[in-house]
Ligand binder design. Structure first.
Ligand code: X2X
Length: 345
């Protein structure tokens, strides 16, 4: 009975302090959890974080309250340090890119292998199948708990100089690339002049003309109105696609009740599904409305023919082979098999 009386006392005290019973019952919980994102709303990536955190708040009746930190502001914009910060607890949870975590987890370079995934069904074949499970086991081993997949998207090439139809058109062009070395290898193989920089540094570099081009999913082009920073040419080559991963720091996870863990996990899965649909909107329809929208902004949109695309595949093949060893031969072969066996190719 003493125990019950103590509980009652706590409940009264909590009420007196204006705390909900939820907050009282979960004394070990933080008042706020920090979620890291590179891109905030209204990008699909940002929406992934927002939808997830809103669902968690609602389904836990406010026991788990999450604040979004877009621009990877918890680590001063240095996106390649996100996974380390997550493992160390500087970040409680994240919706992160496989590219940005690949410096710590080499298997994640799989998704950056040029021309491995020809279409959306190929992405799904990897993330929703055994390859995805293996990748999650690797992330778990590396020290954080992965819960669900989302999507940044196919990365298309834009520049301020000319329409790119062949590797020769890229010759000497200064292209901003993300901080994962496979991207430098790809653009070097194509004869371009790649420059590694964070997304925070990329935006002023594009605006000042310090770099000629960049590669990112197309929603970013529209959200940032990249035509206004001189990006007048777009080539839709779909050379890599970047999935996102919903993840939680392991100590934070262990501090939650099993019921709350289940809520957070299910919310990540639900938010991931919603976000993937948002990320693909306008890109999966036969008439590709996003391409039309971008063309209407005065941008020259170049869609490669199968033959033109093959020239890029061939030029980057040595990079693919080199990185097969880094990623792991078995994982790459399993991925190739899954892609070949995909539904609705
Ligand atoms: O830096 C990029 O290009 C971005 C925003 O797409 C990533 O974080 C991978």
């Amino acid at each position: 009975m003493t125990f019950r009386r103590t509980l009652l006392g706590l409940a009264l005290a909590a009420t007196a302090l204006g705390l909900g019973t939820g907050a009282m019952a979960q004394a070990g919980y933080k008042s706020e959890y920090k979620m890291s994102l590179v891109l905030g709303p209204p990008t699909p990536w940002g929406m992934a974080g927002k939808i997830w955190s809103d669902m968690v708040k609602e389904r836990t009746a406010g026991r788990i309250n999450i604040k979004l930190f877009p621009g990877v502001s918890l680590i001063q914009g240095d996106q390649t340090r996100e996974f380390s910060a997550l493992r160390q607890g500087v970040i409680d949870m994240a919706v992160g890119s496989t590219i940005n975590w690949s410096p710590q987890i080499k298997e994640l370079n799989l998704f950056s292998m040029p021309f491995l995934m020809p279409d959306y069904a190929a992405i799904d074949a990897l993330t929703q199948g055994d390859v995805g499970k293996k990748i999650f086991a690797t992330i778990d081993k590396a020290g954080a708990l992965p819960l669900a997949w989302g999507e940044n998207g196919f990365r298309e090439l834009t520049n301020s100089k000319r329409a790119i139809k062949s590797p020769a058109d890229l010759k000497g062009m200064k292209i901003r690339v993300v901080g994962s070395p496979i991207y430098s290898d790809v653009f070097t193989a194509l004869g371009a002049n790649p420059t590694q920089m964070s997304w925070a540094d990329a935006q002023p570099a594009l605006a000042s003309g310090a770099v000629d081009g960049q590669e990112n999913p197309l929603f970013l082009f529209t959200v940032l109105k990249m035509q206004n920073v001189g990006q007048k040419f777009l080539t839709t080559w779909g050379y890599v696609a970047d999935p996102l991963i919903f993840v939680v720091n392991k100590e934070v996870w262990a501090s939650w009740t099993p019921a709350d863990q289940a809520i957070v996990r299910q919310a990540a899965i639900d938010a991931g599904k919603q976000e993937i649909a948002i990320a693909r909107k306008g890109l999966i329809e036969a008439d590709k409305p996003v391409f039309k929208d971008i063309a209407a902004m005065g941008v020259t949109v170049t869609q490669l023919t199968a033959e033109e695309r093959t020239a890029f595949v061939k030029a980057t093949r040595p990079v693919y082979e080199k990185w097969t060893n880094t990623v792991g031969v078995d994982l790459v072969r399993a991925a190739e098999k899954a892609v070949a066996a995909r539904k609705n190719p």
